[in-house]
Design a binder for this molecule. Structure first.
Ligand code: TRP
Length: 342
């Protein structure tokens, strides 16, 4: 008897290769991919074209791209199961982005919250690319007919935009059956999707924060972790709590501790209800060092083996490019572009 294989649903996600990845990227994104990779056909992209939407150093770009890919693997992404690839290696991303640009009303873009926030940070040096960032992201997603896109809360609006473009501007306009592009759904990663800054519990931990002390990078050595946690903002309350709205820093560190130790929040709350900041900081420092050590070990091996990394990215590219080109061809054909006779 023939057994029908059920095909896995597909997910696609990505992270920008801007500088060192930190525990917010890990706990909020990569770690969730690690959990999802068995259940889904997984495509993971290092979005280097997004990384040039704000000022960047060309000497660092390629190095950061490689180290981001290595960190995916070091954090537990299995390159035999997932396709890991570099966005700029597949020209279909830029090409679909252009086509989507021409289909998207400007006033949809003017609503994008992240653009508004980032352009304030940039002063008067805002590029068209930064404005266009969400459409390139839509292209990333739509090229792979992704069923689901695991993202943090802050990317929800971008995903809505990708859905609206696909549904209203491509499918509805260019196809009777409305089936040119697959409409993706988000998987909003609640757990850890908002790891906050160590120096201000109301701000998200971010690579672009000029203060290094605001984040723990995945490759920080134990001395640096110790120093950063020592200097992390605390408060004058006793005990470490999660639910007190006046204690953003306590909540954040407890969340980090809970995610790293695998203990439930409620269990941590009980355990630390009478613990002072000094003692808790020591414990979380030890936990961080212990949790990051295996990642750092694996990273070291990989980054010193460019041949293996290259192979991983080549295989990822081959698989991704095949899919992406098929989608692009379908879109171009439906939109009326000239096609060569075979
Ligand atoms: N904008 C995303 C972020 O900052 C990164 C990203 C780019 C992405 N393209 C994507 C995420 C496609 C998911 C799918 O987190």
């Amino acid at each position: 008897m023939k057994v029908e294989m059920q095909t896995k649903k597909r997910i696609l996600s990505g992270v920008q290769p801007t500088g060192d990845l930190h525990i917010g990227n890990w706990l909020g994104a990569i770690n969730n991919w690690v959990t999802l990779q068995e259940q889904y056909e997984t495509f993971l992209c290092v979005v280097d074209l997004h990384a040039i939407t704000t000022a960047y150093d060309p000497k660092e770009l390629s190095k950061n791209t490689l180290s981001t890919a290595a960190l995916y693997v070091a954090c537990g992404i299995d390159p035999n199961e997932c396709s890991i690839f570099v966005q700029s290696q597949i020209s279909a991303h830029s090409e679909l982005c252009w086509i989507l640009n021409c289909m998207t009303p400007i006033n949809w873009m003017e609503r994008m919250i992240q653009f508004k926030e980032k352009s304030i940070q940039q002063g008067n040096n805002v590029s068209i690319g930064l404005f266009d960032y969400p459409i390139l992201m839509a292209a990333d997603i739509l090229l792979y007919d992704a069923d689901f896109v695991p993202v943090g809360e802050d990317q929800k609006q971008h995903l809505e935009l990708a859905r609206d473009i696909a549904q209203q501007r491509i499918n509805a306009k260019f196809s009777k059956n409305k089936n040119i592009l697959k409409i993706p759904q988000s998987i909003i990663m609640k757990n850890g999707s908002k790891i906050m800054s160590l120096i201000d519990g109301s701000k998200k931990m971010s690579k672009s924060d000029p203060n290094e002390g605001s984040r723990i990078n995945l490759l920080d050595p134990p001395e640096i972790i110790t120093k950063k946690i020592k200097r992390a903002k605390s408060d004058s309350f006793n005990g470490i709590e999660f639910h007190n709205p006046d204690r953003a820093e306590s909540r954040n560190l407890l969340m980090i501790y809970s995610l790293l130790s695998g203990k439930e929040i409620s269990q941590c709350e009980n355990e630390f209800s009478n613990t002072g900041w000094g003692t808790f900081k020591k414990l979380i420092t030890e936990q961080l060092i212990e949790s990051l050590e295996p990642i750092q070990e694996k990273y070291k091996v990989l980054i010193n083996d460019p041949y293996q990394l290259n192979n991983i990215l080549q295989e990822g590219k081959d698989k991704a490019e095949d899919l992406a080109n098929k989608t692009l061809k379908r879109v171009k054909s439906k939109l009326g572009f000239f096609e060569m006779e075979k």
